[in-house]
Design a protein around this ligand. Structure first.
Ligand SMILES: Nc1ncnc2c1ncn2[C@@H]1O[C@H](COP(=O)(O)OP(=O)(O)OP(=O)(O)O)[C@@H](O)[C@H]1O
Ligand SMILES: [Mg+2]
Length: 158
């Protein structure tokens, strides 16, 4: 587990780039944290650095959206899912074991069916208006890459 701070949107963008650079086909990125913590904002930055040209918008009502970048990019918001059954109805396995990069907001809602190899990010507010605390956990290639990069370089000097 790693904890660090994003002082502003520029640092959130930097994290988005890092995640994109470490991502691969099959990467699952879980984003949790309060309403308005910055999950969708971080997702947009990840998409930007995967070269998704289309505008990424919050999939709260559609549950899941699909984009084309360097790889396929799937963005799901589980906030409105009432049960695991509903997750299976949107064919969750197609995204968990996908041919692209999958970003999942409110992953806690379906944590029981998530695989072990994920990147898990919890964003916390309650500091200066643009500051966020990041709790990074996970397992697998993409997580290892992120942890290594964050260890080796002084990305977030705060
Ligand atoms: N450092 C930061 N990182 C991310 N967002 C920030 C930061 N500073 C300010 N913000 C602002 O906080 C808001 C975050 O909204 P966003 O929709 O990304 O949150 P969310 O976690 O997806 O919310 P929801 O739970 O409703 O899906 C945006 O208006 C964004 O500009
Ligand atoms: Mg959101």
């Amino acid at each position: 587990m790693m904890t660090f701070y994003l002082n502003n949107l520029q640092e959130t963008e930097k994290l988005g780039k890092l995640i994109a650079d470490c991502s691969d086909v099959g990467t699952v990125v879980c984003l949790d944290g309060d309403l308005g913590a910055g999950k969708t904002t971080l997702t947009k930055y990840i998409g930007r650095y995967l070269n998704v040209q289309e505008t990424i918008t919050s999939p709260t009502f559609s549950i899941v959206k699909e984009y084309e970048g360097d790889v396929r990019f799937y963005h799901m918001d589980a906030y409105r899912l009432a049960s695991l059954e509903e997750a299976y109805e949107v064919d969750i396995e197609r995204y968990i074991y996908s041919d692209g990069v999958f970003v999942l907001e409110w992953s806690d809602k379906i944590k029981d069916i998530l695989p072990e190899n994920i990147v898990s990010i919890i964003l916390k507010t309650g500091f200066d208006i643009d500051k966020r605390e990041v709790i990074l956990m996970g397992r697998g290639k993409t997580f290892d890459c992120l942890a290594r990069e964050l260890d080796n370089y002084d990305y977030f000097r705060n």
